[in-house]
Design a protein around this ligand. Structure first.
Ligand code: DON
Length: 636
């Protein structure tokens, strides 16, 4: 698929300024050869020229200046003029964790596609350019909102335990063997991403798979360049990646001693095998993955690695269409992810408790406000540990858990002056120290199209680079989603999360997730999205989303500013209040400690991607996560 402008190589950044010189930005992309690099990405904000007849000022300089401009003037001009003028947008907006994926999404909107077309193009592209976070071998959730009918659909394409899975499959000599749950074939659950992306596209999209997958195919063929973030993620999973020759060949490069190592900055990562897989999918759709030769290749790679996923498991995989979990906060209707995610429940419980205690709002970043927020989180995560599991396997009293009476009951033990010890809320057998990894994996994308249709999709292969198992000849990197089960109930997992019996392993069961794609609606029009949001970051996902919602609704913050505020997290166990470095000032931290909170400071975590429509003006604003390398784009 190539648009007219792509053929001529002249998709331009566009600005609503008349008569401004034009500037071709192809070389600004960080994609090798700039296949989808028709946009400029500066400081997470960029724009693509809209196909319309309005005279459009764009940042384009005469050809003879192009070379100098690329190297010297471009950054100055772009930062100086384009970034300043990048918002607000009048048309569609997208926010993803990678500029090339955002460009892919925007190119679908430009050709007249809707939010679903754009989100699926971004999801397939992320599988290529952000392989540490999501991919064809993973799974996830999406909320698809149709503005005309006012209906929000939920697609659950979460990975599922293979039929040979059993409750204690990771236990060796009475203890969970952590490496087995995260590295290699046994950690792999039946992937759902391909089924999910195609289900969204065929049910609610308007463009053909060949069009929607084209940017991903091009990106796989031409490659993307290694960034500092890629280096960090590859370093964190170096042993795991080295253990699989396919993964090492694609994602690492030989060091001076010949051993596969983290590639140098700027190294191109090309994935021709993945390009061929995507081409096959564009032609044949999900049957190629779940029943055809890809299915056989996946099952045999897993078997060879000592795993249990079979061709029959793949053939049996089904996406589930669910009803959204619906609640409200200060008059705004909220649609969010129901179980098997715990994230939506956590979000509604925490917001509900805050609203019950502080019906007329709470002061910003003040110790008492933060204390209430932390205590609400503690109680919500305890409920998660107690009740949450795959709703097709366990009874979850969902309506009761979000009811005002239950939230009031949870708050009965709330003490405004003291932190409640987590053990007083739900006593646990002593939890051993957990080896928690970094908290930036997974990916979220938010799209709002010109008409107001919205998609919030969070998709993952769980840990960085999933299980590190690449299926030979296909470029497919498989997940390690089995770690989201309670491999040993009440023992912490990769994220230090403690879960109970309801989340124990069983064949065909989906593990509980924290992922929380969410749409907050406008007060005046409960059918029209206001904030489309979600995040990466394991157990911290719900708190990143809750904070953005609080910051926008309670304090009227701009969505980008809201996303940048310091994050504060509590997850019941471990019993600690975690802060991003610089999140709070020393006096506030002291006041929280005086209330009995054990405060831990950490490097910034998570990756939230949000877009917003201003209910008063209809203008659109974007909130890419300033911590990372994502980008948000929009149409004028
Ligand atoms: O579904 C979940 O909650 C996890 N598998 C998400 C993984 C994740 O965000 C990893 N980040 N640290």
């Amino acid at each position: 698929m190539q648009t007219k402008r792509q053929k001529s190589g002249k998709m331009l950044i566009g600005l609503p300024l008349q008569g401004f010189p034009r500037f071709n930005t192809r070389s600004e992309s960080n994609e090798v050869g700039s296949p989808a690099g028709e946009v400029a990405i500066i400081g997470g904000k960029a724009a693509v020229a809209k196909k319309d007849r309005r005279p459009m000022a764009t940042c384009r300089l005469p050809r003879r200046f192009a070379r100098t401009t690329r190297t010297v003037l471009a950054p100055v001009l772009l930062v100086g003029f384009c970034a300043l003028a990048a918002r607000p947008f009048r048309g569609g907006v997208v926010a993803t964790a990678h500029p090339i994926a955002s460009a892919a999404a925007l190119s679908m909107l430009e050709r007249g596609g809707n939010a679903v077309d754009a989100s699926v193009a971004a999801a397939f592209t992320l599988a290529v350019v952000d392989p540490a976070h999501s991919g064809l071998g993973g799974g996830g959730f999406a909320l698809l909102h149709d503005v005309r009918s006012g209906q929000t659909r939920v697609l659950d394409f979460r990975e599922t335990a293979p039929s040979g899975a059993s409750r204690d499959m990771f236990v060796r000599s009475g203890k969970v063997e952590p490496k087995l749950v995260t590295d290699g074939a046994l950690a792999v659950a039946v992937p759902g991403a391909v089924a999910g992306y195609f289900a969204a596209l065929s049910s609610y999209g308007t463009l053909k798979p060949s069009v929607v997958l084209a940017p991903a195919i091009l990106a796989a063929r031409r490659g993307f360049r290694v960034t500092p973030m890629y280096q960090r993620l590859a370093k964190a999973r170096l042993d795991c990646l080295r253990s699989n020759p396919g993964a090492a060949r694609i994602f690492l490069r030989p060091g001076s001693d010949g051993v596969p190592d983290v590639p140098a900055l700027g190294t191109p990562i090309r994935q021709p095998e993945l390009a061929r897989t995507l081409e096959l999918l564009a032609k044949e759709g999900p049957p190629a993955f779940y029943a055809g030769k890809l299915a056989r290749a996946i099952a045999s790679a897993v078997k060879e690695g000592g795993g249990i996923l079979t061709p029959e498991d793949l053939a049996r995989f089904r996406i589930v269409q669910r009803e959204p979990l619906v609640g409200s906060y200060r008059g705004h209707r909220i649609a969010t992810m129901p179980p098997p995610s715990a994230g939506g429940l956590t979000l509604l419980q925490v917001l509900g408790m805050i609203e019950l205690k502080e019906p007329s709002g709470l002061p910003y970043d003040e110790p008492n406000s933060l204390h209430l927020y932390a205590e609400a989180l503690r109680r919500a995560f305890a409920d998660r540990a107690k009740y949450l599991g795959d709703p097709d396997f366990v009874e979850i009293p969902l309506q009761k858990l979000v009811s005002a009476s239950h939230l009031s009951e949870l708050l009965r033990t709330f003490d405004p002056s003291r932190a409640t010890p987590s053990n007083d809320i739900l006593p646990l057998p002593a939890a051993p120290p957990s080896a928690e990894r970094g908290e930036k994996h997974t990916t979220h994308l938010s799209v709002l199209d010109r008409s107001g249709n919205a998609v919030a999709m969070t998709t993952t292969i769980n840990d960085g680079f999933g299980s590190c198992l690449v299926v030979p000849g296909t470029g497919i990197l498989l997940n390690d989603e089995m770690d989201d089960f309670a491999a040993s109930p009440w023992q912490p997992n990769l994220y230090g999360l403690v879960m109970g019996e309801a989340n124990s392993i069983a064949p065909g069961k989906r593990p509980v997730s924290s992922m929380v794609p969410t749409i907050v609606f406008q007060k005046e029009n409960a059918q029209r999205p206001m904030i489309v949001v979600g995040a990466a970051g394991g157990s911290t996902i719900p708190t990143s989303v809750i904070q953005i919602v609080l910051h926008v609704i309670d304090y009227g913050m701009d969505v980008a500013f809201a996303n940048g505020r310091g994050r504060v997290h509590h997850q019941f166990q471990p019993d600690a209040l975690r802060l991003e470095r610089y999140a709070l000032d020393p006096a506030t931290i002291k006041a929280l400690e005086a209330k009995g909170h054990r405060v831990e400071t950490r490097d910034p975590w998570g990756d939230a991607e949000a877009v917003l429509e201003d209910p008063r003006t209809g203008l659109r604003y974007v909130g890419p996560d300033p911590r990372n390398e994502g980008a948000a784009l929009g149409q004028y």
